[in-house]
Design a protein around this ligand. Structure first.
Ligand SMILES: NC(=O)c1ccc[n+]([C@@H]2O[C@H](COP(=O)([O-])OP(=O)(O)OC[C@H]3O[C@@H](n4cnc5c(N)ncnc54)[C@H](OP(=O)(O)O)[C@@H]3O)[C@@H](O)[C@H]2O)c1
Length: 216
């Protein structure tokens, strides 16, 4: 399988690379590192990356530095805009522009995070955007052609080996959920390595009966 790993040099990216590279061809992408350089916030840069890499079977996005942490009272428009542009819009862009290059039955795996459900006083420009990414997967999954799949991994905070426990995970633990999303056959799902913390039911924001096509 040819796997584009956007954010390959990061905490999560490094472990996903380790896990998948023995059996799959990994194309590592970073803003300034990797096999191919691409700024995922820039449409032209993303188009050029896909044109350079060509057809692929799976894309995983684990780009860091993608949101702002400040007390709620200090957050301003630009802080929310920063996170929206990266966490939501740039990940969505990888899907919209990548569809042309992904093979039949290929997949996209995006990243959110458990701050959607376990907020702290400085996470308000992050957690709600994680929820948006989760919802994107379940809403768009039924609309993708050619058996293309989309899933999200929502990690808990990543800690060093030996420090894992309730509500925290190692990068290797989180990486195994990305591998599951790439190698499995699920779509529209949010996989949650939350270190044993309670998780919401899966697929709780997909289409329900006749709501498809309505405007509410
Ligand atoms: N780490 C955690 O505790 C944790 C917990 C929950 C969720 N998450 C989420 O998981 C994701 C990855 O986290 P991480 O800790 O692995 O991040 P990280 O270590 O900071 O990842 C950095 C990677 O992102 C790439 N990158 C940064 N800006 C980019 C851009 N504009 N375009 C393309 N690539 C860019 C970097 O490339 P260069 O090195 O070339 O700049 C590098 O490969 C984030 O969405 C984060 O919110 C992380």
């Amino acid at each position: 399988m040819k796997v584009i790993l956007v954010g390959a040099s990061g905490h999560l990216g490094t472990e996903i690379d380790k896990l998948l590279s023995p059996d799959h061809e990994i194309v590592g992408v970073g803003a300034s590192s990797g096999d191919v350089q691409c700024d995922y916030t820039d449409v032209g840069s993303v188009r050029a990356m896909f044109a350079q890499v060509g057809t692929f079977d799976a894309l995983v996005c684990v780009v860091g530095r993608d949101s702002t942490f400040k007390p709620f009272g200090e957050l301003a428009d630009d802080d929310y805009r920063y996170g929206f542009e990266r966490k939501f819009l740039s990940q969505l862009r990888l899907l919209t522009l990548g569809q042309e290059y992904v093979r039949d039955q290929g997949s996209f795996t995006l990243t959110s995070g458990f701050l959607s459900h376990y907020p702290n006083p400085s996470s308000i420009a992050t957690g709600p955007l994680n929820s948006a990414v989760d919802t994107l997967a379940s809403n768009v999954a039924p609309l993708l052609p050619r058996g293309i799949r989309i899933n999200v991994v929502s990690p808990a905070p990543v800690v060093e080996l030996g420090q894992e426990g309730k509500g925290v995970v190692t990068a290797a633990q989180a990486a195994s959920f990305y591998a599951e999303a790439v190698l499995g056959d699920m779509t529209g799902e949010v996989l949650r390595p939350w270190g044993g913390l309670p998780t919401p039911p899966s697929s709780d924001c997909g289409y329900h009966g006749s709501t498809l096509g309505t405007e509410s």
